[in-house]
Design a binder for this molecule. Structure first.
Ligand SMILES: Cc1cc2nc3c(=O)[nH]c(=O)nc-3n(C[C@H](O)[C@H](O)[C@H](O)COP(=O)(O)OP(=O)(O)OC[C@H]3O[C@@H](n4cnc5c(N)ncnc54)[C@H](O)[C@@H]3O)c2cc1C
Length: 349
């Protein structure tokens, strides 16, 4: 396989079985479908495209980034998922250089090491990665069916898409549900191991203040009580100065216990717990985001799962480690495995 070659020809050809909602068949003519435009999916897509593959990314949300989510509340801007990312692995350095150069990443202000932030917000990095990729937003895959020459995907409101290879970067329980819905049975041991992958929930409360907060510029990792993290997005440099925009992240135990509570019930418990950090400023508004799959409880032994016999790959932070960087490395690892398979098949033709 050569760099820059496209697989949309010959035996790489895929076709749209049934398209509606404005998707033309040409649009669907892709070799590899990647479920999820979070860090793992976007890195896998970029790396596969770099090696000549034809890729379509299917994302159920309107935006990209997954758990690297940035939300605007009035004029305030919040990172409501990942707060920062690390770059410890050498494989990430050239990516970071691009993000810094293009202004979508900068160091967290103050005296903290190893913390990179997205500018203006974590989603900016995902948007940069999305440039030039074929990403179909608001395309929720509801079932994945195995067919003779690949996969058929049922996409809510858009019908069926047929592709040769499938990558899922959705949280593992959601990926397994798609396979079950499509009648796909994985080998027993693998299915059992994947069935044991679980995630902590996380309640994220976004608090808009009427003045400056008392949160230190570097944020606070908290060891006791219902909160595990407090940061002021104004001091972080992504929200207008002078008006506190504070992200409160609850501990896994608190989040599990209070997951079903309403926004105001959660605020009644978390705002008093954060009083010391909110200072004398008054609370203007709160918004609650519930992360059902916030971070994997344990990490898989390998960075990805690639099953060439059924052309199915799994990536994400459950495989690479419970961080943005882990998800990125998982996506890259899977892309390398798939590209090697494609090259091997091509040279055997
Ligand atoms: C509150 C919180 C704080 C965090 N803080 C940090 C931090 O400070 N530093 C750090 O490094 N990491 C942090 N993390 C973890 C980090 O965000 C994740 O490890 C990483 O972003 C996971 O990326 P991913 O691509 O594996 O998954 P995701 O980002 O979850 O991407 C999966 C994507 O798949 C899409 N999807 C799912 N199902 C379907 C479907 N059926 N059809 C189509 N699309 C689908 C989803 O919408 C999503 O966009 C935090 C996470 C949370 C929730």
């Amino acid at each position: 396989m050569r760099r820059g070659t496209n697989f949309d020809t010959g035996n790489w050809k895929t076709r749209c079985v049934m398209c509606s909602g404005g998707d033309g068949a040409g649009d669907m003519n892709k070799t590899i479908a990647i479920i999820g435009a979070g860090m793992a999916g976007l890195m896998a897509a970029r790396a596969l495209r770099e090696r000549g593959a034809s890729v379509v990314v299917l994302e159920k949300s309107r935006g990209v980034g997954g758990r690297m989510a940035t939300k605007r509340v009035g004029t305030a801007v919040f990172d409501q998922g990942a707060q920062f990312f690390t770059v410890r692995d050498a494989a990430m350095e050239s990516w970071l250089a691009d993000w810094e150069r293009s202004g979508v990443a900068a160091k967290w202000p103050g005296e903290v090491n190893e913390r990179w932030t997205g500018r203006p917000g974590m989603t900016a990095v995902a948007k940069r990665l999305s440039d030039g990729l074929d990403i179909k937003r608001e395309h929720k895959v509801t079932a994945a069916m195995r067919v003779a020459d690949g996969w058929e995907l049922m996409i809510e409101g858009h019908g069926l898409m047929r592709v040769e290879r499938l990558v899922s970067t959705a949280p593992v329980p959601q990926t397994l549900a798609l396979l079950v819905a499509g009648g796909v049975a994985l080998k027993e041991t693998l299915a059992a191991e994947l069935g044991r992958v679980s995630y902590h929930p996380c309640l994220a409360l976004l608090v808009v203040l009427d003045g400056a907060s008392a949160v230190p510029v570097e944020g606070v990792a908290i060891k006791q009580g219902p909160l595990r993290w407090v940061a002021d997005n104004a001091k972080k440099g992504i929200s207008p100065e002078g008006q506190g925009a504070v992200t409160l992240l609850a501990t896994p135990a608190f989040s599990a216990e209070h997951y079903g509570k309403t926004e105001s019930e959660v605020a009644e418990l978390l705002v008093p717990a954060a009083r010391e950090w909110l200072g004398s400023a008054g609370v203007v508004s709160v918004a609650l985001h519930r992360w059902r799959y916030s971070e994997p409880v344990t990490t898989w032994a390998e960075r990805c799962v690639w099953l060439p016999e059924i052309s199915l790959g799994l990536a994400g932070d459950a495989f690479g480690g419970p961080r943005v960087e882990g998800a990125a490395l998982s996506g890259l690892a899977l892309a390398a495995r798939i590209a090697d398979t494609l090259e091997h098949e091509e040279s055997a033709d």
